[in-house]
Design a protein around this ligand. Sequence first.
Ligand code: NAG
Ligand code: NAG
Ligand code: NAG
Ligand code: NAG
Ligand code: NAG
Ligand code: NAG
Length: 611
Amino acid sequence: MAGGRRAAGLLPGWGCCLLLCCAAASKVEVSMPALVEVEIGGTARLECNFSIPEDGSYTYISWFYIDRNSQVKLCHITDSVVLEDTDYRERLSVGEDKALSISKVTVQDARTFVCQVGAAGYDLGENRTELHVYKVPETPEIVANSGGVSVQSSEMPQIAQCVSRNSFPRPNITWHKNGVRLQPEENTVRFTATRTRESSGLYTVSSTLFAHVTRDDRNSSFHCTVHYWLQGQRRAVESRRVSVKVFYPTEHLNLRVMPSSALVKEGDDVKLFCEADGNPGPIFSFYKRGLEDSWQDLTPLTDTNRGVLSLNNVNKSSSGLYRCQTLDLDSMKQLEKDMELVVNYIEGLHVEMEPSSPVVEGGSVKLSCDAHSPLALQYQWSDAKGREIGKGNQLLLNNLTFETSSTFSCKVNAPSVPGLEQSKQVAVAVRGKPRIVSISSPLYVRHDEVVNLTCKAIAFPRPSVRWSINGTAHEYVENQHIASNLTVRVNRDLLRAGAMCRVSNEMGISEERIQLLETPESKGVIIVAIIVSILVVAVLGAVIYFLHKKGKLPCGRTGKQDITKPEARKDKIVVDVKSDKLSEEAGLLQGANGEKRPAADQSEKYIDLRN
Ligand SMILES: *[C@@H]1O[C@H](CO)[C@@H](O)[C@H](O)[C@H]1NC(C)=O
Ligand SMILES: *[C@@H]1O[C@H](CO)[C@@H](O)[C@H](O)[C@H]1NC(C)=O
Ligand SMILES: *[C@@H]1O[C@H](CO)[C@@H](O)[C@H](O)[C@H]1NC(C)=O
Ligand SMILES: *[C@@H]1O[C@H](CO)[C@@H](O)[C@H](O)[C@H]1NC(C)=O
Ligand SMILES: *[C@@H]1O[C@H](CO)[C@@H](O)[C@H](O)[C@H]1NC(C)=O
Ligand SMILES: *[C@@H]1O[C@H](CO)[C@@H](O)[C@H](O)[C@H]1NC(C)=O
């Protein structure tokens, strides 16, 4: 026991010599892992296994740490555990298996720990464990150059900065572009690295990447990676990926027209787009070539930032050579691109008529339509109602009548440019003698009735209408039609002679008669007339018989005739009435509105002729 105590006090070198010289003698074997790695802040558990020959038991176990060349005792274990008064005192504990646990491990705990085991009758055994501490780095923070970098910068511009905080031991930072690791290259890629030791003993490392960029780098992504060792293995944490704004001068210009240049037509709103591949975009100017190679500045029509020239309602004179010019404000380099704009047009559309003077009814006329355009043209004719009546630049109109005279329209279009078309109208007037197209004859009337006599004619030049009788006339004119309404009171003369409608113009005269037929007053009147006639006949018969009996009247044929003559006239009225009865009955059959029938007939005729 006392020997064991003495052994505990021995210096390591002494114990070592003892082990070496007594190698053959049985001794306590102590088994410990050579290395233990523990994360900072965690608990380090240092095991100390031992074996004592012949199943002997230990007399003591001591733990030390090595400080430079000396061993500092941490604790002494016999039946009980005695913690020595060291800085570790608060953080130490000893397990059932005599393993030493150190909690809240710090950077300073990275050192060598020794476990000594003494047993009576045997040489003491000892072994040691090196404690490594580590701290896994946090995900590195990357900050890209927010100002953007120019491909033309003479010095290597800064691309991004990367910081990895609080790790142990010191990690390394690498740089990557589009996932590929960057290596320093003279005049192209360079990194700087700094490291800071925090008061906690942890490292904060940072690195800055400087590199020349090209225009392709506008799409590049950059990231940094922090590399560290953990339990003998190399580990890495990547930052997020960042991109930088890359400034590059314009190298190519493209000038195009919207809509498609082949289809530009007069009246269109056209835009010329000048596209530059620089970043930022250059300043745009537009010019149009004028006479003698002069260039007209179109800045007022230009969006100088976007490179758009707006030409509204273009015409033939808008055609020509256009130039887009750019100025790169970074390099002060100028570029230009030209483009020919062709505005398709149709001009000088006119229609000629042959003969040019108004045609006589029944005659014919030839219409010719012509226009100028650099494009192939198609002609099409239509009438006043828009119906297509012919193709080609000539139209022959035969057998012209007042009805066919109207306006014709020639439409010209360029099939190669949709929407490019024009049209022109021409009026074809047909001259001729008036033609009466509708007349209210025969007209059924009553005596003393006020009626409307209607006469309608078509003619050009405009005719005048005359009536053979007095009355109130109203005229209505529509296109080449003229209608005259004459309001008259029916009298005997009118019934006898009818009314004449005469329409005339400088080309001639047409006339037609309106026949008026009398309608009896009513059936009652007829019956009364018949009864009266029968009574008169009866009375006359009685008188004649009486006179005959008296012999005052000669029984001659002539005499009888003379007497019957007035009756015959009365009979004739009756007969006339009877002969009219058919038509009267026809009128009655139509009911109360029967009288309006003739008027309805006329209006139907009127409608027919308008069409
Ligand atoms: C220490 O322990 C290890 C692991 O058990 C063993 O391999 C080694 O030989 C021991 N060293 C001494 C000096 O006992
Ligand atoms: C110590 O002993 C324990 C239990 O037998 C075993 O799990 C552990 O691996 C041993 N450690 C060493 C360093 O021999
Ligand atoms: C960091 O770089 C040094 C020097 O190149 C190297 O020795 C070390 O192993 C590197 N560490 C890691 C974690 O890669
Ligand atoms: C023109 O009128 C005449 C006589 O009525 C007729 O024979 C001829 O077919 C008509 N022509 C046309 C093109 O209508
Ligand atoms: C028409 O009226 C005028 C004047 O009022 C008269 O002179 C003329 O004789 C009349 N004509 C007929 C046909 O009644
Ligand atoms: C002319 O008189 C007829 C018959 O009364 C009538 O139907 C017609 O509307 C009149 N014409 C016009 C244009 O007023």
